[in-house]
Design a protein around this ligand. Structure first.
Ligand code: BGC
Length: 520
């Protein structure tokens, strides 16, 4: 559904939003008060550095689009990997049979079975289970991680009710494997891990075929299953959403990590070279890697310098240098900062927003009397403050900011007066506003890239962006800031765009892609 509008005002719902010409009385309740004085120099500078007025956002959107083109031209052409996914056909609705989805991408993994009944019956039955991954497996060996997954998968299949789920005779159980990390895909059912993100650091896996790792573990557990499609969660979301809406062109994840995948015309992908140049294919942008023209602050740089990927890179170099090579070492450090920073992800996704706020508060504490004369110990602990805490604090509408007070007390073990609580909320709002607005600029870049090739909006066709991820779902202020950016950058063009919250469809999408790419 899309509505024409003249003066762009959003009419959002949690499920989806389109754009309306009537003034909406929807107000995101926020603890930010207009009368809150930000007299702290650290905060004032931070707010200035994070500012993203419309012309700035326009530059960001243009720069992302330029890097998309560069990444489509040659491998490594720009900050965005623009990975070829080998998904040329999205679900049509005709898919039939029993398929599975395995989803690994965060602290939990999910396994799902889906009995598909074709155009008429659609999803006949589905069952799923979510299992949390023990912390030690996220930084252990690949055998440990995949062994754990295979064991859980085996017990899930063993519990299957034969009446509800039926595997056709002579067929193996086929899996759509959603692996939500940057992967260089080599075919629809294989790909090598480029690097871990989101706090994962399983040893010896970078450069390895992730499907082979899963296959070995399944074999060891006597599981006769095969991976028919290896997909990113953005691709899964796009495919799952497309099953019920043929205008879905983009899948965006805004959760612990972030990414966007979209339908591209093959003729617009020079790096496809010899392959057929007609039709469309899905591109996994890995937009989290974008790092140009972003409003970086010292806090972003310091967080990046201390993040697992960045830290690891420095440690790998360090032993090879002694004092006389200090200059060379520093040069290499600078080089690795330029090459490895995934700044966009670190500015817009759920894993990092709380940590940026913590770092700002720490400096405010050290340079002024934010919480009295002392610096709370917990404020010096990385990742102690999480994005969900920011959300709780921003939703506080009480006059004395009670919830803010209790979050600060429970999480950081600090008693904060009203003035301090206000300042904390201002920091949260600054970080969340920048994140939401930058995410909006990214979506605009992709919408405009699609329009450049297809002219679909110009010809009055509707274009749908499927959104998923806890940050988008659970943080109303973030959503609102993202939507504001879309309105500012797209103006009238928004009338044919719908932003849809498609919760948890990536598992369905992966199972559907397993069906589309079935070997039978
Ligand atoms: C990964 C992407 C993934 C995204 C959302 C990022 O850290 O690099 O592959 O799609 O998180 O889960």
């Amino acid at each position: 559904m899309s509505l024409m509008f003249t003066s762009p005002v959003l009419t959002p719902t949690i499920g989806s939003f389109t754009f309306s010409s009537r003034r909406s009385n929807y107000i995101v309740m926020s603890a930010v008060r207009s009368n809150s004085a930000s007299t702290c120099p650290v905060l004032t500078k931070f707010q200035k550095d994070c500012d993203t007025p419309t012309p700035y956002l326009r530059n960001v959107a243009n720069a992302i689009a330029d890097d998309m083109r560069a990444g489509l031209a040659v491998e490594g052409g720009g900050d965005l990997d623009m990975i070829l996914t080998y998904v040329d056909a999205l679900p049509s609705g005709n898919e039939e049979g029993l398929f599975y989805a395995l989803d690994l991408g965060g602290t939990n993994f999910r396994v799902r079975s889906v009995q598909l009944g074709g155009k008429k019956k659609r999803v006949i039955a589905t069952e799923s289970e979510q299992i949390s991954i023990p912390q030690k497996l996220m930084i252990g060996t690949s055998e440990e991680l995949f062994g754990f997954i295979a064991a859980k998968l085996a017990s899930f299949v063993a519990k299957e009710k034969p009446g509800r789920f039926q595997l056709e005779e002579g067929r193996k159980r086929e899996i759509g494997f959603t692996f939500s990390f940057p992967v260089k895909q080599t075919s629809i059912d294989s790909g090598t891990l480029i690097k871990w993100t989101k706090g994962f650091k399983v040893s010896g896996m970078e450069g390895k075929n992730v499907v082979a790792c899963l296959n070995e573990a399944m074999e060891a557990h006597g599981l006769d299953m095969r991976v028919s499609a290896l997909v990113n969660d953005g691709v899964g979301t796009l495919a799952g959403a497309r099953y019920s809406d043929e205008d879905v062109m983009i899948g965006v994840i805004l959760g612990t990590g972030t990414n966007a995948c979209y339908v591209e015309q093959k003729h617009a992908i020079p790096k496809l070279q010899s392959k057929s140049s007609s039709g469309t294919t899905i591109i996994n942008t890995e937009w989290g890697g974008f790092s140009k023209v972003l409003p970086q602050t010292i806090f972003d740089q310091e967080m990046d310098a201390n993040s697992p990927n960045r830290g690891e890179h420095v440690v790998e170099f360090y032993p090879f240098f002694n004092n006389i090579y200090v200059f060379l070492f520093l040069f290499l450090q600078l080089f690795t900062v330029c090459v490895w920073m995934k700044l966009y992800e670190k500015m817009i996704s759920g894993m990092y927003l709380g940590e940026i706020v913590r770092r700002v508060l720490l400096q405010m504490c050290e340079t002024s009397d934010l919480f009295g004369q002392f610096v709370p110990v917990k404020l010096s602990t990385p990742f102690e403050l999480r994005t969900e805490h920011l959300c709780k604090m921003q939703e506080d509408t009480t006059d004395d900011l009670q919830t803010v007070g209790s979050v600060l007390y429970n999480i950081l073990e600090v008693e904060a007066n009203l003035n301090a609580r206000r300042r904390v909320v201002e920091v949260c709002d600054t970080v969340v506003k920048r994140g939401g607005r930058l995410a909006g600029a990214g979506i605009v870049a992709i919408l405009e890239k699609i329009e450049e090739e297809t002219k679909r909006m110009g010809s009055g066709k509707r274009t749908v962006v499927a959104m998923d991820g806890a940050l988008y779902e659970k943080y109303p202020q973030y959503r609102q800031y993202m939507q504001d950016a879309l309105v500012e950058l797209l103006g009238d063009k928004l009338s044919h765009i719908a932003i849809k919250h498609t919760k948890d469809v990536s598992g369905l999408g992966a199972a559907l892609l397993a069906a589309t790419n079935s070997i039978y």
